[in-house]
Design a protein around this ligand. Structure first.
Ligand SMILES: Cc1cc2nc3c(=O)[nH]c(=O)nc-3n(C[C@H](O)[C@H](O)[C@H](O)COP(=O)(O)OP(=O)(O)OC[C@H]3O[C@@H](n4cnc5c(N)ncnc54)[C@H](O)[C@@H]3O)c2cc1C
Length: 395
């Protein structure tokens, strides 16, 4: 049986970052990925805050666009254009982004084994054992001292091990296509467009755009309807067959570490509850996971108490963002189209643009949310919604 110090299940950004950090610290790491190659067929718009590249020392070559201007469109076609003083986010090619992370894993000396699905996992007193199935259907076992579950929205292994899995999901749908005007970033709001969340068109380089949405239900039907409307006078019908869907995990998970295992990235619910973005949270938590695992190796102790430090650290970083974001999104999901329109009018007339300019942080939204709620008109607006629709709960 092959043995390593750490097995990382899943070669998305979170798993790859964890593996690179651990291998860089001298541990023997194997990354097991069920897809045929890293970054294959990822469904993602690929937007990350601009700071991510400096904060994590990442290769900038996967960047295909920088975003500075956003157009917001209300259910009644009112438009607001927000222009930031400088680019605030980048759009990446996810295959190349994940590929660059894989390069850093290989450079640190870890092995990534693709076409290898982890089917089962057992925790024993002296280590973890995983059953893996390769492309040809052959099953073998591999062992390690610790396993990191970085499986995205695939929660089977962590359920088996008694770790938490999300109860709340949004459903995402997206298609990539080219049309005149594809270089404009646009967000669409409205109950008919994306009930429960929002839709977008984001430039993807070379005159192409990623058009997608998050919604509570029927993401494909919602996206078809959006494409049937028009994009600056152009109807997008040909690409409708290319629509793909995927859930996005939402909400704070109670238990993301246990005996010799921990979950990282979307597998641990580390996604923004406002927008569904998960790359930067996954990278930040991967660093925390790697630190805690290294400390466990220093002590040669891999029990639940040692790994619980990971849970404490990532929640100290993100718990507030996840809870405030979830509450805000749920509140916004209850707004009628008329109320969304009133919000647009408020935003237009009430001088909130300077607040956005000062407070907006691409990855941490609670500061801006609190700043807006301190504004009398917004506080009154949401108090009125609460009075009419009843109080909100997160359960
Ligand atoms: C439509 C849409 C648009 C999005 N846009 C953005 C965006 O613009 N910005 C952003 O930050 N986020 C975005 N997201 C979310 C983002 O894609 C995820 O948060 C991010 O990919 C999570 O990274 P991860 O490494 O945790 O998981 P993943 O990237 O999902 O990687 C998990 C990996 O584990 C592998 N795996 C799973 N189970 C097993 C197994 N049993 N054995 C072996 N391998 C396994 C999978 O094949 C996969 O490669 C979007 C999501 C959707 C659906």
């Amino acid at each position: 049986m092959k043995k390593a110090d750490v097995i990382v299940v899943g070669a998305g950004p979170s798993g790859l970052r964890t593996a690179a950090r651990l291998a860089g610290a001298g541990l023997e790491v194997r990354v097991l990925e069920k897809k045929p190659r890293v970054g294959a067929c990822v469904l993602c718009t690929g937007i990350v805050g601009r700071e991510v590249f400096d904060d994590f020392g990442l290769d900038r070559s996967p960047i295909v666009e920088e975003l500075r201007r956003v157009r917001l469109v209300s259910p009644f076609a009112t438009e607001l254009i927000y222009e930031h003083p400088r680019p605030f986010a980048c759009v990446v090619d996810r295959e190349r982004f994940d590929g660059a992370l894989a390069g850093s894993v290989a450079a640190a000396g870890a092995e990534i084994v693709c076409n290898t699905r982890v089917e089962d996992i057992d925790v024993r007193p002296d280590g973890v054992e995983v059953s893996v199935k390769d492309e040809a259907g052959a099953v073998r076992r591999e062992g390690a001292a610790v396993a990191v579950l970085a499986t995205g929205v695939d929660f089977g292994l962590q359920k088996k091990l008694g770790l938490s899995s999300p109860r709340d999901f949004l459903k995402g749908a997206q298609v990539e296509c080219s049309f005149p005007g594809a270089d404009m970033t646009t967000l669409f709001f409205g109950r008919d467009i994306a009930p429960g969340a929002f839709a977008w068109s984001v430039p993807a380089g070379d005159g192409r755009a990623r058009i997608g949405l998050l919604t509570r239900k029927d993401p494909k039907a919602c996206l078809r309807r959006l494409l049937d409307r028009s994009f600056d006078g152009v109807r997008i019908t040909a690409e409708q067959s290319g629509i793909r869907t995927k859930p996005v995990a939402q909400g704070l998970l109670a238990k993301t570490s246990g005996d010799r295992v921990l979950a990282v990235g979307e597998a641990a619910g580390q996604t923004k509850t406002t927008t569904g973005g998960g790359i930067s949270y996954g990278l930040a938590c991967a660093d925390l996971a790697a630190d805690v695992i290294r400390e466990c190796f220093d002590r040669s102790s891999f029990g639940p108490a040692g790994l619980a430090a990971y849970e404490r650290r990532w929640k100290a970083l993100l718990q507030k963002e996840i809870l405030v974001g979830q509450c805000t999104r749920r509140m916004c999901a209850r707004l009628s189209d008329g109320r969304i329109e009133s919000l647009f009018q408020l935003a237009r007339t009430d001088g909130i643009v300077p607040i956005i300019r000062d407070m907006a942080d691409f990855d941490r939204h609670s500061g801006l949310i609190f700043a807006l709620l301190q504004r009398l008109s917004f506080m009154k607006f949401f108090r009125d919604v609460k009075d009419r629709l009843g109080p909100m709960s997160l359960s």
